[in-house]
Ligand binder design. Structure first.
Ligand code: WTA
Length: 649
C-alpha cells in the first residue's frame, strides 16, 4: 500500500515557510548517531552531577540499557538548588492560576522552602531511599512540590491522574507497594468539587501497604480523616527553615513509576531513572522549543500524565524556566479561558493537545480574537496525530502565521520527545500533520510485519533501532513483560506500537496505534483494560470495548456488555450503571456508550470477537466470521444499536 501523505496535505503558503537550516541540524544528529560516546559526554553536562559517569552507555544486559554508568546526581538539586546558587532565587518557577482565577507566584526560593519542608516531613514519617509514595492530587503547587521532595530523598513516586477512580489507585498501590499516599480533600473541576480523599479511602480498603495519608486542604469541605493514619499537609510540612541534604542518587536508580495502558488489563508500571531521563528531558525541551531564559512556558497538560512529569515539572525546572500551572479546565468558565490566560500572563510558548485545539476551534475564532496573543512565539502539540485542519487553525488563528507548530511525538516509555521539529537549529520546512524529524540520538525506521524496511511513502511499524537516554529502565516488577512488549517483535529494537510513514523527504507521519490502545482526548487507555475493569462492576458478566473515531476527542470508548441477569437495560438504568463505573474506575474510564445485549459474538473457544462487534457498529463488513459460535449475536448488536439510535434521535 502506498500512502504518500505529503501530497495529500494542504501545504503552507510559500512566504510563511521558515528558512531551512538543516546543515547544522544534520551534522548534530549525525554526530549523535555516529559518535554517541562523545556526543553524550557533552550533552549530559546540561545536568549538574555530583560525580561524573565512567561510561556513557552499557549495553551488556540489552535491552535493559543503562546510561551514564557510575554518575551521581540529584534531580531536585538540579531543579532547584543550582538555580539558587546561580542568583535566580527570585525568578518565578511557577505562576499558578486557580480555576476561579486566583493566582500564586512561586519563586525558586519559595519552591526550595516548600520542597525542603515537605522532604523533611516525609523523612519524619520514616520514609527512606527506595520506598514508594503514591501521589493523587489535582493541579496545585503541592503536586510538583511532592514529586521534588520525594526525588530529593530518593523516594520513588508514582503519580495517578486525578480522573482515575478507586480501583485504579488500589491496583497501583498494590503493584508499587506504596507506603504513603499524598492527596487532597478535593479538587475543583468546572466549579464543582471532585472528591479525591473519598476515592483514596475507598482504594485503601483494597490495599495493605499504606501506613500514612497526607491530605492537602484545597476545597475545605468536610472529609473523613482516620486518626493515626491521615494527616493534613500543613500539619506535617511545617518547618519553613528545613534544610534536607539531597540524597546522592545513582544515574540508574529509579526516579518514578508511571502506570500506562497496554494491551492487557494490567497497566504497565513504566520506571524512569534519574540520570538518563534528566539528560533527555532537559535536552529535548531545549532542542524542540529553544526556550529563552525569561520566557513564560505553558504546558497545558495534566501532571498526572507523562507530559506533565517531563515538561511541567522536570525539564522546565532543570532549565530554570517560568511555567504556568493551571488548575482547571481550559474552557471554563468560558471558552476563551486559555486565550485569556495567555494574554494575562504574556505566555511565549504554548504546548497542548490536538483534542484541546479541536475543541477550542469548534467554539469559533471570536474567542481567541477577543485577546491579544502577540506574546506567543511557538506553539506545540502532543498526544495524538494532529489533523491538517486543526494544525492550520492553530498556525493561522492562534499563531497568526508567525509561530511554528512543534508537533512532538513521544510516549510515556520514551521519557521525552523522540520525533519533533527542532527549533534550536532553526526550522526546516514544516508540513502540517507531520512530526518531522527524529530528535538527535533517535534512529527510527519503518518496518513491515516481517521486519523489513518499507519504501518511503509506505505505512509500517515505527521502530527505534538504538537506545537513547530517555528510554525507561524497565516495567516495575515485570522485566519479562518489558522485553516481550517492546523488544520481541523486532528483536533488539524498540517497538513503539504506532504506525507511521516516512515520506520521500524523510518526514515522519504518525498514523495512530497499531494495537488495542485508544487515545481518548489524548489520554491513553487500553480497550482490554476497560473490559477487565467493567466485568465485575454491578452485574456485568462480559464486555467488548473498542474505539469509535471522534471528531474532537480522537477516540470515544464504546462498549457492549452482557449482564449476569441476562437483562437488556433501559437508558435510565444505563445511566445508573455509568454512575457506578464512574465511582469505581473514575470519569476517564466511563464508556461514552454502553449497550446491553444478551449475547456477544464469540469464537468457538469462547473468545469475545471485539473486532466483529466494532465492524457491525461502524457498519463495516465484519471480515472473517467463520469462527463465530453464534450468528444470532450479530443480530443482537444490530437491534441494540437500532434501539439506541432511535432513542438519541
Ligand atoms: C500517541 C504521550 C501522533 C502515540 C506523550 C503514542 C502521538 C502515544 C503524538 C503515547 C504525536 C503521542 N503525533 N501521535 N505528536 N504524541 N502520540 O504514553 O500513539 O500517553 O504511542 O504519551 O500517543 O501516549 P502517552
Amino acid at each position: 500500500m502506498r500512502e504518500s501523505k505529503s501530497n495529500n496535505n494542504e501545504s503552507l503558503p510559500t512566504e510563511e515557510v521558515h528558512t531551512p537550516s538543516s546543515q547544522r541540524f544534520l551534522s548534530f544528529t549525525k554526530e549523535a548517531i555516529d559518535n554517541p560516546e562523545e556526543f553524550w559526554n557533552t550533552q549530559a553536562e546540561i545536568i549538574t552531577w555530583y560525580k561524573r559517569w565512567e561510561k556513557v552507555l552499557d549495553e551488556s544486559n540489552s535491552p535493559f540499557f543503562r546510561w551514564f554508568i557510575g554518575g551521581k546526581l540529584n534531580v531536585s538539586y538540579n531543579a532547584i538548588d543550582r538555580h539558587l546558587l546561580a542568583g535566580k532565587r527570585n525568578n518565578a518557577a511557577y505562576i499558578w492560576v486557580a480555576e476561579d482565577g486566583a493566582e500564586h507566584i512561586l519563586t525558586y526560593e519559595g519552591l526550595s522552602q516548600r520542597v525542603n519542608s515537605f522532604a523533611k516531613a516525609l523523612l519524619d514519617l520514616g520514609l527512606k531511599k527506595g520506598d514508594v509514595v503514591l501521589i493523587y492530587l489535582p493541579m496545585i503547587l503541592e503536586l510538583p512540590v511532592a514529586m521534588l521532595a520525594a526525588a530529593r530523598i530518593g523516594v520513588v513516586f508514582s503519580v495517578v491522574f486525578s480522573g482515575f477512580g478507586a480501583q485504579a489507585i488500589a491496583d497501583r498501590i498494590n503493584d508499587s507497594g506504596a507506603k504513603v499516599v499524598i492527596t487532597a480533600d478535593g479538587g475543583f473541576r468546572r466549579g464543582k468539587i471532585v472528591e479525591l480523599k473519598k476515592v483514596v479511602d475507598d482504594a485503601l480498603n483494597m490495599t495493605k501497604s499504606v501506613e500514612y495519608v497526607i491530605v492537602v486542604k484545597r476545597t475545605g469541605h468536610e472529609i473523613n480523616m482516620v486518626e493515626g493514619r491521615d494527616f493534613w499537609w500543613d500539619q506535617v510540612s511545617n518547618d519553613i527553615n528545613a534544610k534536607v541534604k539531597p540524597e546522592v542518587m545513582d544515574s540508574n536508580d529509579p526516579l518514578y513509576i508511571l502506570y500506562t495502558s497496554g494491551t492487557t488489563g494490567k497497566p504497565k508500571g513504566v520506571v524512569h531513572g534519574n540520570g538518563g531521563y534528566s539528560v533527555w528531558v532537559a535536552n529535548t525541551l531545549k532542542w524542540a522549543f529553544d526556550p529563552k531564559p525569561d520566557d513564560r512556558w505553558w504546558c497545558a497538560a495534566d501532571i498526572g500524565w507523562v507530559t506533565g512529569h517531563s515538561y511541567i515539572v522536570f525539564a522546565p525546572l532543570f532549565l530554570g524556566l517560568t511555567s504556568i500551572l493551571y488548575e482547571g479546565a481550559i474552557d471554563f468558565p468560558s471558552p476563551d479561558r486559555m486565550w485569556a490566560i495567555i494574554e494575562r500572563y504574556k505566555v511565549n510558548i504554548l504546548y497542548t493537545s490536538p483534542t484541546a485545539i479541536r475543541m477550542l476551534m469548534k467554539y469559533g475564532d471570536v474567542y481567541p480574537q477577543k485577546h491579544n496573543l502577540d506574546s506567543l512565539r511557538e506553539l506545540g502539540t502532543v498526544g495524538e496525530p494532529i489533523n491538517p485542519a486543526a494544525w492550520n487553525w492553530y498556525y493561522t488563528v492562534i499563531g497568526k502565521g508567525k509561530c511554528p507548530i512543534i508537533d512532538t511525538y513521544w510516549q510515556t516509555e520514551t521519557g521525552g520527545f523522540i520525533i519533533s521539529p527542532a527549533s534550536y537549529f532553526g526550522f526546516d520546512n514544516l508540513k502540517p500533520g507531520s512530526a518531522t524529524f527524529p530528535m538527535p540520538g533517535i534512529d527510527p525506521v519503518i518496518l513491515d510485519d516481517s521486519g523489513n524496511e518499507v519504501e518511503p511513502g509506505n505505512k509500517g511499524f515505527l521502530v527505534i533501532r538504538r537506545p537513547w537516554p530517555g528510554l525507561m529502565l524497565t516495567l516495575n516488577k515485570d522485566p519479562d513483560r518489558y522485553k516481550a512488549v517492546y523488544f520481541s517483535k523486532f528483536p533488539g529494537k524498540y517497538q513503539t506500537g504506532d504506525y507511521a510513514v516516512k515520506d520521500e523527504d524523510g518526514y515522519f507521519w504518525l498514523l495512530g496505534r497499531a494495537d488495542e490502545v485508544l487515545k481518548v482526548a489524548g489520554h491513553r487507555i487500553g480497550t482490554i483494560e476497560v473490559e477487565d475493569a467493567l466485568v465485575g462492576i454491578a452485574n456485568i458478566a462480559e464486555a467488548a470495548v473498542f474505539g469509535k473515531p471522534d471528531p474532537i476527542k480522537g477516540d470515544a470508548i464504546i462498549s457492549f456488555v452482557t449482564l449476569k441477569s441476562g437483562e437488556v437495560l433501559t437508558p435510565a438504568k444505563i445511566n445508573e450503571l455509568k454512575q457506578q463505573i464512574r465511582e469505581r474506575l473514575g470519569p476517564i474510564m466511563v464508556p461514552e456508550e454502553i449497550h446491553t445485549v444478551r449475547v456477544l459474538p464469540k469464537t468457538r473457544s469462547g473468545k469475545i470477537m471485539r473486532r466483529v462487534v466494532k465492524a457491525v457498529y461502524l457498519n463495516q463488513i465484519p471480515g472473517d466470521i467463520t469462527t463465530l459460535e453464534d450468528g444470532a449475536s450479530l443480530e443482537e448488536i444490530k437491534t441494540a444499536l437500532e434501539t439506541f439510535r432511535k432513542e438519541v434521535t
